[in-house]
Design a protein around this ligand. Structure first.
Ligand code: BES
Ligand code: ZN
Ligand code: ZN
Length: 478
């Protein structure tokens, strides 16, 4: 889909279809009021009514003050327009702030993943054109709008890049393929890329990560991508959970819960998407993206409940459930990342717990960490970017739930509640003392993947984490 900006009034733009957002309020004064009401249009959010005889596509909007409502309405409108035979669609961009939300709606809403269909059904719609004139006939600075267009396109396309990685099957996207993909990204975006194979992981004493991957035919990989601009204002470490498949291991998942577990690599895909966007935006921020790419399988040599693992930082872990594998992988990757890069901040992204969905619902990323002010910055960034993020607070009592009588720490909690937080308190054991206040953990178990369309998302990976992270980075690393 080409998203374009023209420096002329909407009427003078040549396009086959015009998109208009109409609310219940503005409906009454609409020139096609009679026709629209006849068609049953009430101006409800995302209600779509085409007036083909007028080459108009009318989309309902509930809240004309909210970017979120426009972003989502735009996605729905573009999806509808793609089902017709028009090749171009034009749209007034209302205010300049709204412009970014509309572009996101267009790019994220038009995303299709047809890699596994024997026949793809390409849409005829190829151009979405915006005018620099808003709905009141006032024209905005074209340079400013062009900069917004460029920036928003990079971030939205990086989000789609993440979605496509997540959507690959576990057969296609093995840990080795994750490494190949990272290497390709490094080539196209001038990043540094280091890959550790099993030998490298053994040398680094990353025994927790190795244990998780041991029963798989697809051996694990540690991936380190680095973007190093000349004069970075900040150095940021990102860590992603990259379980290319999570069967649960010997603590095998039930059949129904195993389906969708190709998405357990979404944290890894997110950090790759973030470094992609930062490098394309040429931000003055040094980014290090670390990925633990592993497959959690069963087999005669599988790691077991009752095993004790020695993590890279020397701490011992009692394994009581092999399905709590993400935290074991992250324990070692966090250790490796902190040993190799002295960063101003360390952020990790992981589809870590089903409990996060129980706590916050299926759309919201859980945010956890010791630094309340830093978490608040992230909550604001998420809200501005159109992602949902909710704080899950630590307390000293929850910490006791992962105590082990046998080893330093246990990989599961002794109580069945608060699992998203106890998982994060487990990770806390692998955060160095000087990084405690600089660390934030994002649980994207719910937000990273969907089997039913919502907001700007269709079936599959959502690209959770990319938009909110770019928002935080651009705001706080200036
Ligand atoms: N990858 C899962 C978490 C998950 C569940 C992500 C559903 C997305 C959707 C993780 O490895 C896991 O299995 N966690 C267990 C932890 C438990 C054994 C303490 C869980 O959430 O049940
Ligand atoms: Zn698991
Ligand atoms: Zn997992």
């Amino acid at each position: 889909m080409n998203v374009k900006l023209y420096n002329k009034p909407l009427e003078q733009i040549d396009a086959e279809l015009t998109l208009e957002f109409v609310s219940a309020k503005t409906l009454e004064t609409h020139p096609h009021y009679a026709l629209l009401t006849q068609a049953g249009f009430k101006g409800e959010q995302e209600q779509i009514t085409p007036l083909h005889e007028h080459r108009l596509l009318i989309c309902g909007i509930d809240n004309t003050l909210s970017d979120e409502f426009y972003r989502s309405a735009m996605a729905t409108a573009v999806k509808a327009a793609m089902n017709y035979t028009y090749t171009s669609l034009k749209c007034a961009q209302y205010t300049s702030e709204r412009f970014s939300a509309l572009i996101e709606g267009a790019v994220l809403g038009s995303y299709k993943f047809e890699h596994y269909k024997s026949e793809s059904k390409p849409s005829k719609l190829s151009d979405i054109i915006f005018s620099n004139e808003n709905s009141d006939g006032i024209s905005n600075e074209i340079d400013l709008l062009e900069a917004t267009l460029n920036q928003t396109l990079i971030i939205a396309k990086a989000t789609n890049f993440v979605r496509t990685l997540v959507n690959q099957t576990p057969y296609d996207m093995t840990p080795q393929m994750m490494a190949v993909t990272a290497d390709q990204l490094a080539g196209s975006n001038h990043l540094e890329c280091t890959i550790l194979d099993v030998n490298g992981l053994e040398e680094e004493k990353m025994n927790a990560m190795l244990a998780v991957g041991r029963a798989s035919h697809n051996p694990p990989r540690l991936i380190h991508l680095a973007y190093k601009p000349k004069n970075p204002r900040k150095v940021i470490t990102l860590v992603g959970k990259g379980l290319t498949y999570d069967s649960g291991g010997l603590s095998l998942k039930a059949a129904a819960s195993m389906v969708t577990m190709k998405m357990d690599k979404a944290g890894a895909c997110a950090v790759m998407g973030i470094i992609k966007a930062v490098s394309e935006l040429k931000l003055d921020i040094e980014i290090h993206a670390f990925v633990g790419a592993v497959e959690n399988m069963i087999g005669g040599n599988a790691y077991k409940p009752d095993d004790v693992l020695v993590a890279k930082n020397g701490k011992t872990i009692e394994v009581r459930n092999t399905d709590a594998e993400g935290r074991l992988v992250l324990a070692d990757v966090l250790g490796y990342a902190q040993e190799n890069v002295k960063a101003d901040y360390i952020f990790d992204y992981a589809t870590l717990t089903g409990a996060c969905m129980v706590a916050l619902g299926p759309y919201t990323t859980g945010i956890m960490g010791h630094n309340e002010a830093l978490k608040q910055e992230w909550l604001n960034a998420a809200e501005q970017s159109g992602e949902y993020c909710g704080n899950l607070p630590f307390n000293r009592h929850l910490k006791k739930l992962i105590k082990s009588d046998l080893a330093d720490v246990c990989n599961v909690s002794s109580k069945p509640y608060g699992g998203a937080i106890t998982a994060t308190l487990f990770l806390d054991n692998f955060i160095d003392e000087d990084m405690k206040q600089k660390w934030v953990h994002f649980d994207i178990a719910g937000s990273a993947y969907t089997e039913s369309a919502w907001d700007v998302h269709t079936y599959g990976g959502t690209g959770a984490g990319v938009r909110m992270s770019l928002n935080w980075l651009m705001e706080h690393c200036k």
